[in-house]
Design a protein around this ligand. Structure first.
Ligand SMILES: [Zn+2]
Length: 247
């Protein structure tokens, strides 16, 4: 059954919980009217995406970013916290990330250059950097890692983002999954990316040094998006968890 949605932006009706820092109960967000959803989507114009490594953001949410940009002309800003040098020379991955951002028409990208897999040792610096960028961008939607991730860098980014935004009135913080997330991640925001899936694969192809990783192969990416989509009546979808929202 197709989930009630506006332009394919579906808010799952399943209850979710376990988080604080919620300005509006998440079960109320799930029950927003169609008009409220339209209002929310139309007020989103500045998106800040925060990822630990090059390709994290794209793997999880580039289909949604492409859609938001196409439909609402959102400005998209990137923060990439490490150059991912443990999997390939950092310069290579940084170059790939820059190429992708150019293709996406990203408004700004900031590489923080912290050591790959050691972000937890730099939490204070990371929080400060995210605070500075958030102040500058003043986003009304933030995408970042989940707190149910198994990768220590992803967890550090989640923790730092929430801390950095503690005093800011951000429309919503949206958590995105990675190949390292636990199965228990509760999806309460689903975005239909069927019309943008081919482009998502094209974007991921630009991460040439990483495309052979199992989680970036075209087959895995396709299966992941279709398995999310089929639950909500879409061909391909990306699923997220709304962590906090002022809607
Ligand atoms: Zn990562």
């Amino acid at each position: 059954m197709r989930n009630e949605a506006h332009s394919g932006f579906g808010f799952d009706r399943r209850p979710c919980g376990g988080f604080g820092v919620v300005h509006r109960p998440l079960n109320q967000i799930a029950n927003l009217s169609r008009e409220e959803k339209i209002y929310i989507m139309n007020t989103i114009n500045k998106i800040l995406c925060i990822g630990a490594h090059p390709d994290d953001i794209e793997l999880a949410c580039v289909g949604s970013l492409l859609k938001l940009k196409a439909q609402y002309n959102c400005k998209i800003h990137y923060v990439v916290c490490t150059n991912g040098e443990l999997k390939k020379a950092g310069g290579t991955r940084k170059f790939e990330q820059k190429t992708v951002c150019e293709k996406l028409g990203v408004s700004s990208i900031k590489f923080l250059g912290f050591p790959d897999s050691h972000l937890h040792l730099y939490l204070n610096d990371l929080i400060r950097e995210i605070e500075i960028i958030s102040d500058k961008v003043n986003p009304n939607l933030v995408f970042t890692h989940t707190n149910l991730d198994h990768h220590q860098d992803h967890l550090a980014v989640f923790q730092s983002t929430v801390a950095a935004l503690r005093n800011m009135s951000v429309g919503a913080i949206i958590l995105y999954p990675s190949a390292n997330h636990r199965k228990s991640v509760e999806t309460n925001l689903v975005i239909d990316i069927s019309d943008f899936f081919t482009k998502k694969q094209e974007v991921l192809d630009l991460f040439k040094s990483q495309r052979n990783n199992w989680y970036l192969t075209p087959t895995f990416v396709s299966n992941f998006a279709s398995s999310m989509g089929i639950q909500f009546g879409f061909r391909y979808a990306e699923g997220f968890q709304i962590f906090s929202a002022t809607w």
